[in-house]
Design a protein around this ligand. Structure first.
Ligand code: B4P
Length: 192
């Protein structure tokens, strides 16, 4: 199995690059953001609860997202690998993922972190907000809150994977294709 985490702040290109990476490497794409938005669209109780956190730029409670990842892993028992996008978003989620993968006798092979400066991120998200209908992308205050949460809660996840030498930074500015080639280069090297 080959398991990859695509890491980075909101708007860094995780979703954009994930679509290209799963097509190339045949991995199963697990995006907690997408899974949560599906629940919101279907107006499930979980979706309604999640929306109240997402609209404020806060993280959805750990038990909700960890449960979603657990059942997605179970659903794809035959997978040759997973791409985790937007998960883990704090150290507790990273520890939970280690345990879930351990039970399945597998592990994370590499964490690729997209590095983009904050002003570019705000520009990208406000731009997406004009067309995506995502309520968390239209308000600059909510976007700034998401960055604050990223710095406080998500960035310590980098240390978790640096300790085991699985973490690698990738320049996340440039064209989508340029960034995709840098990601592929790192993955191909790791797969060898
Ligand atoms: P996510 O859905 O993960 O969304 P995101 O981090 O905002 O965006 P992403 O990084 O995927 O977007 P992309 O850059 O591709 O999370 C949304 C919310 O869900 C969170 O705030 C949280 O509340 C909740 N949540 C999700 N996971 C959670 C978890 N594990 N625990 C708790 N809560 C969780 O795209 C951004 C824009 O940039 C696009 O418009 C794109 O076209 C553009 N773009 C991409 N690459 C570009 C490039 N190279 N140049 C120019 N523009 C580019």
């Amino acid at each position: 199995m080959f398991n990859l985490i695509l890491f980075g702040p909101p708007g860094s290109g995780k979703g954009t690059q994930s679509d290209k990476l799963v097509a190339k490497y045949g991995l199963i794409h697990l995006s907690t953001g997408n899974l949560l938005r599906e629940e919101i669209t279907q107006k499930t109780p979980l979706g309604l609860e999640a929306k109240s956190f997402m609209d404020k730029g806060q993280l959805v409670p750990d038990e909700v997202v960890i449960g979603m990842i657990d059942s997605s892993l179970e659903k794809h028992k035959e997978a040759t690998g997973f791409l985790f996008d937007g998960f883990p978003r704090n150290v507790a989620q990273a520890c939970a993922l280690d345990k879930l993968l351990d039970l399945k006798k597998t592990t994370i092979n590499i964490v690729l972190a997209l590095e983009v400066n904050q002003e570019e991120l705000v520009k990208r998200l406000l731009n997406r907000g004009k067309t995506s209908g995502r309520s968390d992308d239209t308000n600059e205050e909510v976007i700034r809150k998401r960055f604050a949460v990223y710095i406080d809660e998500t960035s310590p996840v980098a240390e978790h994977y640096k300790k085991v030498r699985k973490f690698q930074s990738i320049k996340g500015e440039g064209t989508v294709d340029e960034i995709f080639s840098s990601l592929c280069e790192a993955i191909d090297k790791k797969m060898k």
